[in-house]
Design a protein around this ligand. Structure first.
Ligand code: SF4
Ligand code: SF4
Length: 84
């Protein structure tokens, strides 16, 4: 069975635009098996509409097909996908 590791350089991702992954989300949208999750790091009741509290996380790694679409699509080269 393949082991998959997906890394997100959160610094690069966060510096991408003023509104960060909250408005980018290109990795999220291009991934057919929906490996990524966008999640809120703040208080969901208070910070739901605050872009800076949102981050991208690769959650369902076992679903990854190693297509590399997310790597190619990320405008700031923030994603690495490795498997062995
Ligand atoms: S390599 Fe393909 S399947 Fe894996 S997380 Fe990226 S887009 Fe999704
Ligand atoms: S595509 Fe890159 S910059 Fe955009 S949300 Fe995903 S990791 Fe961040």
């Amino acid at each position: 069975m393949d082991i998959t590791i997906i890394g997100i350089d959160q610094r690069k991702c966060a510096e991408h635009t003023d509104s960060k992954p909250y408005e980018c989300g290109k990795c999220l949208r291009i991934c057919d098996p929906a490996v990524f999750l966008m999640y809120n790091t703040g208080d969901l009741l208070q910070d739901r509409d605050e872009p800076r509290f949102w981050k991208i996380k690769p959650l369902w790694l076992s679903m990854c097909t190693h297509c590399m679409k997310c790597v190619d699509r990320c405008p700031v080269d923030a994603i690495t996908v490795r498997s062995w």
